[in-house]
Write a protein that binds this ligand. Sequence first.
Ligand code: NAP
Length: 277
Amino acid sequence: MPTIASHLAVAATASSPLLDGMTIIPHILILGGTGEARQLAQRLAATNRLRITLSLAGRTEQPLPQAGEVRRGGFGGTEGLADWLAANAVDMMVDATHPFARHISGNAEAAARATGVPLVRLERPPWLPVEGDRWIDAADVAQAAALLGTEPKTVFLAIGRQELAPFRTFARHRYIVRSVDPVAAEHRLPGARYILDRGPFAEGDERALLTAHNVEILVAKNSGGAATYAKIAAARALALPVVMVRRPHEKPADAATVDEAVAKILHWAGLPQERGE
Ligand code: NAP
């Protein structure tokens, strides 16, 4: 697969292939669905020297406003994505999808290999436990459900709305489910309470929420980042255990932050680095 590193090597040994005296606007496809993808699109679009298309899966009913062009919906697997890259003359692809979005990241790698379009993976690092945390490690959501134990408990589920099925088997617990969009009828858990909300969340509010609902244990995905960390800090403050679902893969990313991704992409495109405030 052509990596950012191989392209940077090209950029280092020759003048930029993209801006060689001509006004060619490089086209960058950002695979999104995360706050980082949104911020990256905004920062790159603000240069006015790059054409940015942000791609969303189309699951969220009312996505936040985005910078640049936006397309929605699946591409139709690796082949569909590769076709889209060619048909839309994409010069670089950025995979800034969520760490738990497995399929699209695999498709992006395969489509980059097939087309020769360089790929940058932007992925925030996972959270690490700190003193006072009571984490229970789970390999996936199904194991997390099984780890809740035999005693009936009040469980706060902050894992989105698509993966609730494994908890149906453990009906002895009382579930509180928080999601951005309403849970579809076929995914609902009997007797559960539903909270609709979108991060970022504040620790004090999270503590109040967990206390008000008498939550005894949380289930979370190790998403990383600041926007949804408050529930983890709140659980620590209240000495509550958290069943923490591990990421489906631990591949090294090309950039861990939006700043790093912006710097790499501007360098690749032969554009000046942003000035600090
Ligand atoms: P997934 O399993 O990797 O994706 C399933 C399919 O949805 C993909 O094969 C692809 O369809 C389409 N898709 C996913 N992301 C896309 C994008 N950015 N643009 C166009 N098509 C996309 O992903 P998921 O876990 O269902 O997540 C869906 C979206 O929600 C992702 O964009 C992700 O960043 C975001 N998200 C996920 C989570 C999570 O916990 N999984 C949390 C927050 C946000 P085709 O094969 O037809 O191209």
